[in-house]
Design a protein around this ligand. Sequence first.
Ligand SMILES: Nc1ncnc2c1ncn2[C@@H]1O[C@H](COP(=O)(O)OP(=O)(O)OP(=O)(O)O)[C@@H](O)[C@H]1O
Ligand SMILES: [Mg+2]
Length: 231
Amino acid sequence: MILQVKDIHTFYGTSHILFGISLDIDEGETVCVLGRNGAGKTTTIRSIMGLTRPRTGSIKFKGKEILGQSAYTISRAGIGFVPEDRRVFPSLTVREQLEVAHKEGFGNWDLDKVFGLFPHLKNLQRHKGNQISGGEQQMLTIGRTLMGNPELLLLDEPSEGLAPLVVEALAEQIRKLMEEDITILLSEMGLGFAVELSNQAFVIDKGENKWSGTPDKLLENEDLKSKYLAL
Ligand SMILES: Nc1ncnc2c1ncn2[C@@H]1O[C@H](COP(=O)(O)OP(=O)(O)OP(=O)(O)O)[C@@H](O)[C@H]1O
Ligand SMILES: [Mg+2]
């Protein structure tokens, strides 16, 4: 098991947001965390990343406790994070943003390999962050995170706000990424992109685990879908 989240309770100030979320992820798997608007997906990912530290519980990455460590330390340990709001640097070129993100790590990602996965970014390499579309920004933030060579990649709602054709292209690229040894966690509000790519799904609502299992089982569970997912 590469990541083991156990019974975490996370707060924003005095607001109690996560009420004992648990997740297990095996090496090399692609899993998704599904839940409606406000269910706690981003808070779960931020908790893993150390950006909003849970008050209690445990988060083990490759067997070592990381709960309580800084986001910097967690990132150095091999977890990469692509936030839902894709913060690209407006005045740096695509190529510069990729280059500054390069770190030695688990994989062998470099500029050429990222351009191999996202050939379109290669054509845009001299464009600045504010000159590219939302879909291109999503490719750039994923590419930039891969340049840090993480062992576990957290993608928060990567398909959000993208046109259907762009989402299809992104799904293809993530499928290619899945052929690498990297472990991936995706979040999404409903059934689509993330569940199609995943081997395992976790459904959360109001900061609690509601269900976990294979996508096949989820797709046939009408009750679960109508109760907890955006359709
Ligand atoms: N900075 C914050 N301060 C206080 N409450 C917050 C903050 N951020 C989120 N919340 C609350 O925490 C709960 C969980 O939010 P979270 O962003 O984790 O949900 P989500 O599943 O990612 O939703 P979405 O699909 O809209 O991104 C919501 O009730 C939200 O209003
Ligand atoms: Mg969110």
